[in-house]
Ligand binder design. Structure first.
Ligand SMILES: NC(=O)c1ccc[n+]([C@@H]2O[C@H](COP(=O)([O-])OP(=O)(O)OC[C@H]3O[C@@H](n4cnc5c(N)ncnc54)[C@H](O)[C@@H]3O)[C@@H](O)[C@H]2O)c1
Length: 396
């Protein structure tokens, strides 16, 4: 199969830090032709490092390169503007999370991709991590039975959190209750260079149509343990037959079900191999007395770290979709649902803890605020895609 020409737009923390090193490792699939960033210094620096042509504007990039796909890693508030423009140019898209910041801007992007017959994949990475792929297999193999409750406390929040809860619940969301609180913190810059002056804490309770429920607690300050303050996290999935705590799987031996019913923990084993000096996770395997569940890394021949596997997975999802004319694995509809659930949680908090039901049918005050803040900050309406392309969206 011939290689695909790819360009990256937005050579910031995520683009340059996570996507470019992986694109460079997928040499059989991608030919990196351009790196575009409105910040000329970043465009030039990374273009030199990765042997691509630098651009400071997507208009020039699209006019001058023969592109199959653009990897969009500009700030989330700019996704719809850049993606609509690229879709109009007939180029396929991999876009970082969130798909867009509100549902109207998300829909704008989805409609433009559809109208131009281009594939749109979203770089939702959390479920693509080896541990999560393995746990998906454990649940599918019925090891813990029917999923009843999911707890994700101080793990990922927002749309990433919603993606994980929905996946683990295996159902469609029915309603969301959100509780939010904002408290001051001394001004800090975390290890990802994010600025924080307040802790925005939130608790979400989601009900699904298959009777599963989920509880999520999140805070920007605790995110990814970025401040090293020692806060703990809980990831627990309670099923009818067993529980997954972190990576450990608890099930009760059949002969003890009527005599104490105490669960026995089973810890999965990771097999790693050396690929060009990188310690690569080749497989994760769970051995139970009567059953074995194995997740094998389909990318084990690539020198990819655990974090890079998820990014490579996204990049290969859009490549496979283009090459086989099929839908990408995650796709825009799922990413939209993640953002819808995320907005519902925040809106519920704004409305003094009113439980909201899905689908959301009217513009929420949460989204109205985002649209108003955007206009105030950038001087044009958020739907003005043409103006958005030429706007610098600074790091926050
Ligand atoms: N999936 C994940 O786990 C994950 C993690 C971090 C960030 N992200 C997402 O990645 C995206 C980028 O985040 P980041 O932290 O790298 O941001 P960043 O600010 O570090 O980088 C964004 C880059 O885009 C450039 N840019 C801004 N406006 C532009 C325009 N109009 N045209 C071209 N370039 C422009 C900036 O100069 C900057 O270099 C966001 O959507 C964010 O939500 C995802």
């Amino acid at each position: 199969m011939s290689k695909l020409n790819i360009a990256l737009v937005g050579a910031g923390r995520r683009g340059a830090g996570a996507h470019l090193p992986v694109i460079a490792k997928l040499k059989e699939v991608y030919n990196l032709v351009g790196i575009c960033d409105i910040d000329e210094e970043a465009a030039t620096r990374y273009a030199k490092e990765y042997n691509a042509t630098p651009y400071t504007n997507v208009r020039d990039l699209v006019a001058q390169e023969e592109l199959d796909v653009v990897d969009v890693t500009v700030p989330g508030v700019a996704h719809h503007a850049i993606c609509c423009f690229i879709a109009d140019a007939g180029v396929h898209i991999l876009c970082e999370t969130p798909i867009a910041v509100t549902l109207p801007t998300t829909d704008l992007m989805i409609e433009r991709a559809k109208a131009n017959h281009v594939k749109l994949e979203i770089a939702e990475n959390y479920y693509r991590a080896p541990r999560e792929r393995f746990l998906s297999k454990v649940i599918a193999a019925d090891i813990i039975g029917e999923v009843a409750r999911i707890y994700r406390i101080f793990y990922e929040g927002g749309y990433h959190g919603m993606s994980m809860l929905r996946l683990r619940a295996g159902g469609e969301p029915k309603s969301a209750l959100g509780i939010t609180q904002t408290t001051p913190v001394i001004p800090i810059i975390d290890r990802m260079k994010r600025h924080h002056t307040s802790e925005r804490w939130s608790l979400g309770f989601i009900e699904f149509n298959n009777n599963a429920t989920a509880l999520m607690v999140y805070s920007n300050v605790i995110h990814a343990r970025s401040l090293g303050r020692g806060q703990t996290g809980i990831s627990q999935i309670d099923g009818s037959k067993g529980t997954i705590v972190g990576e450990d799987i608890y099930v009760t031996p059949t002969d003890e079900l009527q005599s104490g019913a105490k669960g026995v923990p089973y810890r999965p084993k990771r097999t790693t191999i050396d690929v060009d000096g990188v310690n690569v996770t080749a497989a994760i395997e769970l051995q139970l007395p009567d059953q074995t569940v194995t997740w094998e890394n389909p990318l084990k021949n690539y020198p990819l770290s655990e974090n890079q596997i998820a990014v490579a997975d996204e990049l290969l999802s859009i490549a496979t979709a283009i090459q086989n004319d099929m839908e990408p694995e995650y796709g825009a509809a799922r990413a939209r649902q993640d953002q819808e659930m995320n907005i519902a949680m925040s809106e519920s908090g704004n409305r003094s803890r009113e439980t909201l039901t899905f689908p959301l049918t009217a513009l929420t005050t949460t989204e109205q605020d985002i649209h108003e803040n955007y206009q105030q900050q950038y001087g044009h309406p958020i739907e003005d895609v043409e103006a958005g392309i030429d706007t610098f969206f600074p790091r926050r």
